[in-house]
Ligand binder design. Structure first.
Ligand code: EPU
Length: 307
């Protein structure tokens, strides 16, 4: 970005702008080169002007949420990284239209784990599976995050998307979620940002909901690596199979390339063992894919998104 673009940007955005910002601090993998510019966007009414600016100036942009499911290249990102802040974390609990269920409107910047804890305080059941999922609501919707048999697609009734020109409410058949994927979002990719959603939940006893959340958190801690930075499950589970089990049975746990290592706890986690680069992770990914293909005949597909 040149000086005049930086000045224009400062004229539009009142919250924090960091130029040449290392993305290590903004990703759960603690890996990645600098973004040309990172914006911690606190104000809702600055999003559309920002998207218009990026479009006019031909600047690529990307929203990273809490950066929990991404691998950023070592060269970094030549464009604007947006992190949704304060006003994108609003929350409005209520009743459904017929008064039988509970509805929750929440901003996309909310952490899913925090949202799950709030739901248990309100006595809203249905988001217990989100306890321990480290991303934001927005990220969880775009990838239909899930665990323990639950996933976002089961509880969402409306998603709000903003583009440079308009605010769109997505409902009904357009909420066509698949495994770790929201097909309908494809047409908004690079155009729109998920800014919030309405979830439809059941009423329940707060203590019971909290107990379930605690149990699921414990299960997660027992089965998944917690000591080294990572990006969650690295590969999608192939139909009827488990990527973790496949990788484990190929004897790949503990395999290293540079600072990246296949977790010794769970085969489907690549961990940043010691100052790993994105290149280390990609090389390790290729080795895992090659071994699993040769020994099991299965193609593994990454769940992690690459920036
Ligand atoms: N297994 C092994 N060896 C391993 C890892 C797993 O044999 O190293 C076996 C387990 O014993 C189990 C099976 O594989 O029988 C499945 O493993 P697990 O229960 O850990 O679940 P997963 O399929 O690997 C999925 C999600 C996780 C989610 C858990 C819990 C995907 C790709 N992953 O993992 O989501 O937390 O279920 O429901 O769908 C994420 O998406 O980032 C994520 C962590």
């Amino acid at each position: 970005m040149d000086g005049s673009q930086k000045d224009k940007l400062r004229g539009i955005i009142s919250s924090t702008i960091i130029f040449e910002c290392s993305l290590k601090k903004y990703t759960s993998f603690s890996i990645g080169g600098p973004a040309e510019c990172l914006i911690l966007l606190d104000k809702k009414d600055e999003l559309q002007p920002l998207l218009r600016f990026c479009s006019l100036e031909n600047l690529p942009w990307h929203v990273i949420g809490r950066g929990t499911n991404v691998l950023v290249k070592d060269e970094g990102f030549a464009g604007v990284i947006i992190v949704l802040g304060k006003e994108f974390k609003e929350i409005h609990p209520g009743e459904s239209r017929d008064g039988k269920k509970r509805s929750l409107m929440a901003g996309a910047g909310h952490s899913l784990t925090r949202l799950s804890a709030l739901c248990s305080d309100y006595g809203f059941s249905g988001l217990e599976f989100g306890a321990g999922i480290p991303g934001t609501l927005g990220g969880a919707l775009v990838m239909n995050a899930g665990a323990w048999g639950g996933e976002m697609g089961q509880i969402v009734t409306e998603v709000t998307i903003e583009t440079a020109a308009k605010k769109i409410r997505v409902t009904g058949e357009q909420l066509d979620f698949g495994y770790r994927h929201w097909q309908g979002f494809a047409k908004y990719k690079g155009q729109g940002v998920v800014t919030g959603a309405t979830l439809l939940l059941e009423s329940g006893a707060p203590e019971e909901i909290a107990t379930t959340c605690r149990e699921l958190l414990k299960k997660r801690k027992d089965r998944q690596p917690v000591h080294f930075p990572n990006a969650g499950s690295f590969f999608k589970n192939p139909a009827g199979e488990s990527a973790g089990r496949l990788i484990d049975s190929c004897g790949l746990k503990g395999m290293r390339v540079g600072g990246a290592m296949v977790s010794t706890v769970h085969g489907n986690f690549i961990v940043n063992r010691d100052h790993a680069t994105a290149r280390d992770v990609l090389n390790l990914m290729d080795k895992i894919k090659k071994t699993v293909k040769e020994s099991k005949g299965i193609d593994l597909e990454p769940e992690v998104h690459f920036i």
